[in-house]
Design a protein around this ligand. Structure first.
Ligand SMILES: [Zn+2]
Length: 164
């Protein structure tokens, strides 16, 4: 069968794909949705802090812009500076609540680097404890993880209110 040349379809398809990828992005949805449901701890003007539902460690937070953008170099100055302030705040809250021995702070840019959602840049703030490398394999039960996620959310939220 011969294809009919219909360039307007391309725009339609592209728009549809844009819409699709927009509605599919759970990070965008978290930024504009219910704070409690999405485990969002703190909302700034340009960026926000949320808990990772699939944490590497308990207290694993993410700092990210509201804007659906995949490149650090495309973040505005306001986004960049506010995001770093939120990283600092996250560290302060986690230190008070969990007293970790250290932190991993960073971003995976691009699928090849391990980014789960490469199109929406996000910085991980992960508390670390001495000998914690096997933590997640011990806490293997999803129900336990869900329960503790809500408990941790409330703890962190309380600490945040104390600091404000
Ligand atoms: Zn997004």
């Amino acid at each position: 069968m011969k294809q009919i040349w219909s360039p307007w379809r391309l725009e339609y398809i592209e728009q549809n794909q844009k819409k699709k990828s927009k509605t599919k992005c759970f990070l965008c949805a978290a930024g504009s949705g219910s704070m409690v449901k999405n485990l969002v701890l703190l909302k700034g003007r340009h960026s926000f802090v949320m808990m990772n539902r699939y944490p590497y460690n308990s207290g694993h937070l993410m700092v990210l812009p509201y804007r659906h953008i995949g490149f650090v170099e495309k973040l505005t100055e306001q986004e960049t500076s506010e995001m770093f302030l939120l990283v600092q705040k996250s560290v302060m809250i986690l230190k008070k609540v969990f007293k970790p021995d250290g932190f991993n702070i960073g971003a995976n840019i691009g699928g090849v680097a391990g980014a789960g959602v490469p199109s929406h840049v996000h910085f991980h703030v992960i508390p670390r404890w001495l000998g914690d490398t096997n933590f997640m394999s011990i806490v293997g039960d999803t129900k336990i993880i869900n329960d503790s996620l809500n408990r941790i959310y409330n703890k962190l939220k309380k600490q945040l209110e104390l600091m404000e």
